[in-house]
Every structure is written in C-alpha cells, then in structure tokens.
Design a protein around this ligand. Structure first.
Ligand SMILES: *Cc1c(COP(=O)(O)O)cnc(C)c1O
Length: 384
C-alpha cells in the first residue's frame, strides 16, 4: 500500500515494530546477529552489511524519492564516495560549475589520483552539457539548485541528453529534498543526499543517502556500501527516521520564510544581488517551477559595497555563523572561506563565488525576527 507523501513521512519504510507493537522502529544497537546453523541466518549477519534500523530508513528514503532502492551512509560524502567508486580509471565525470565544496574536493584530491577525472560545465546550459560529452565521459553530476549560487539545472533535459549518449545522471538533491523535488521521476539515475541537512533537520546528526531504481546499479552500490563501509549507525538511523517525520511541515515553513526574506532583501536597497530561484527575476525561476514544488530555503546575496560583510557576520544576534544548512535554526556562512574554501580562488571567482557572497540557510523561526536581525546587522556594518 502506498500513501501520499505527507503520510509516507510518518508511516513509510517500515512502520513501527511487528514483534512488540512499538510505534517506532527499535534501535538495533548490535554489530552482529546470531546464526542458527551454518548458512542459516535470519536475514541479518553483520551491521555493516545490513541493520534493521538502517534498513527501515533505507526503505523510507527510497519511497520518498519514488525510487526502488535506498542506501544510508555515515555522511553525505560517504554516499558520494560510494557513488564515485562506481567508476574506473580513465572515466570522466561532468560536474555542475557550482557544487558543494566537499564534492569538488573529493573529485579533485582523491578520485583524480585514481585517474577518474572531472570537467566543470555550466549545466544550467544543457547545450554545454551535450558539447562536453565524449567517450571518456561516463556520468553527469548535478546539483539543482546548486551550492552556493542556487543555479538551476533542467534535470529532464540533461537526463535526455545523457541518456541519448548512454551516460549516467547523478543528482545531489540535498537542497530541495524529496518533498520538493524527485529527480528519479525526471529521468535521473542516481539521487544523492546529505541527510545532515533538511532530512535530519535539527543540526544534530551527520548522514548521507543514495537512491536508485535500477536493480543492477543497486546491487553494485550495495556491494560498494558493504565493501567501503561508510554506513550509518543504528542510533543515527533512528534520528533520521525521527527527523523525516516532520520534513513536510518543516519545509513548508522553511520555504515560506525564505520567500519573505528573499523579497525583503531584493527590495531593501541593502544588497547588490540576491540569488534565489523562487524570485520571478531569477534566471532559474521557470525551470525550477517546472521540476520542483518549491524553491527551497537557501538564499545567497551580495551586500552593497557600502557595507562590510566581515562586520555584518559579527553583528548578527539571532542568525548563527556556521557551516551546514537545513536545520530548524537559521545559519549564515561565507562560502569563499568556509564551505567553498576547497575550491581554488581562480575557479571560485570564475564561477561567481566572490568574497562578498553571503549564504543564508533560512530556518523555521519567525520570519520577521530573522528580517529584523539581518537589517540591524547590515545597518551596523556601514563602512567608515
Ligand atoms: C553538506 C552537503 C554535502 C556533504 O554532506 P556531509 O553530510 O556534510 O558529508 C553534499 N552535498 C551538499 C549539497 C551538501 O550541502
């Protein structure tokens, strides 16, 4: 029986515990499982290979992404590491020109050493993706909206192009979550998440996910998950199941707050640029509207040159200066020195991650308190 999304958040995956009637999936805090005889296990052997709490969560994320197979990892990067391990020396991966800094780092400083290379492309221009495809390209890796400039890529168009050439499409869906966007239904082959962000939702757990539809691809990924070993612990799996129960209600408030703040920033006269695909004026607005049920709650902006962004960060009272995003509390960060410091300065500038860029993860507090905090910090940062 499959339910509508808002019900699946609460009852999806494995609902409660059949043995005791507990309404929550128990935390199976065990590394190993008794076998009744040689070759006679009860479906579980060892918790790296499989654990019932993790399995409940893996079923849940698969249902939410409208995919068939889900895998849970100890971090988003453990998920990304496992997906990149599908490739071999000589393979090349096309990546969006603004992606999570850690994704760039693992490509540039880990997989490149194994001769799995990458090419940076502005994937918001599907012609550019097609032009970059050659025999060595095995996959296209996109984030949409991308981090930190919220550039939107047309998942359907890129998937059609990739499919025509027999390439795999990987989408990092962290920013919108399956509540707002389901890339597998748009033609993508692999969905990746940092569950640390909106899925967990409370800035208390690091985790990652992969979801696919294809059985052969799933088998290979389960093999790699077990072989590499970056799995999510039972307790953390429980926290993620618990977080996901409120994903829908949290996202509604996140998105409403972000819309208010993006409008306010645009009209405030305090900023020279606002990046948010929920603004009609944003170049990604139409595509995002077509493929997603909302624009998410990440906003980037550039303060007008009258204000000093360094002082702005220090003057915030309510909004916290910190890495990460997607929690109930609003966070602000400075991509050039924090989340995207791993990207060399010349590439950063080339793609528009200027030193003055500020990235805001809009939480679920009262939007008017957030706006008041932004305004007082901006006004207190006027240059001498
Ligand atoms: C945070 C993040 C990651 C990495 O996930 P971790 O859980 O920090 O390992 C990957 N992609 C995006 C878009 C992220 O925001």
């Amino acid at each position: 029986m499959s339910y509508r999304r808002n019900t699946t958040f609460i009852h999806g995956g494995i609902d409660g515990d059949e043995t005791t009637g507990a309404v929550n999936v128990p935390i199976y805090q065990t590394s190993t499982f008794k076998q009744d005889g040689l070759g006679k296990d009860r479906g579980w052997e060892y918790s790296r290979t499989g654990n019932p709490t993790r399995a409940a969560l893996e079923n849940l994320i698969a249902e939410l992404e409208e995919g068939r197979y889900g895998l849970a990892f100890a971090s988003g990067l453990a998920a990304i590491n496992t997906v990149l391990s599908l490739f071999k020396a000589g393979d090349k991966i096309i990546v969006s020109d603004n992606i999570y800094g850690g994704t760039f780092r693992i490509l540039d400083n880990v997989f490149k050493n194994f001769n799995i290379t990458y090419q940076i492309v502005d994937t918001s221009q599907s012609e550019a993706v097609e032009a970059a495809i050659d025999d060595s390209v095995k996959a296209v890796y996109i984030e949409t909206p991308a981090n930190p400039l919220l550039t939107v890529t047309d998942i359907k168009k890129v998937s059609e192009i990739a499919k025509k050439h027999g390439k795999t499409v990987i989408v990092d869906n962290t920013f919108l979550t399956p509540y707002l966007q389901r890339p597998l239904t748009l033609g993508a082959d692999i969905v990746i998440h940092s569950g640390t962000k909106y899925l967990g939702g409370h800035s208390d757990t690091v985790s990652g996910f992969v979801v696919v539809n294809d059985k052969e691809l799933a088998d290979r990924l389960y093999y790699l998950q077990n072989a590499i070993g970056g799995v999510l612990a039972p307790w953390d799996s429980f926290l993620l199941i618990r977080g996901i129960k409120t994903l829908g209600v949290r996202m509604d408030r996140h998105v409403a707050n972000a819309g208010k703040i993006a409008d306010w920033l645009s009209e405030s006269g305090y900023v020279s640029k606002v990046y948010y695909p929920g603004l009609r004026s944003d170049p990604g607005y139409e595509t995002n509207k077509q493929q997603a049920d909302g624009a998410g709650a990440m906003i980037s902006f550039v303060l007008d040159e009258r204000y000093d962004y360094r002082i702005f960060f220090e003057k915030l009272n309510l909004i916290t200066l910190a890495e990460s995003l997607g929690g109930v509390e609003s966070l602000v960060c400075h991509p050039a020195t924090m989340t995207h410091a791993a990207i060399p300065a010349d590439i950063r500038r080339q793609v528009g991650i200027v030193d003055e860029l500020i990235r805001l993860s809009v939480g679920i507090e009262d939007a008017d308190d957030l706006i008041e905090d932004l305004e007082q910090a901006i006004l207190a940062s006027v240059k001498e």
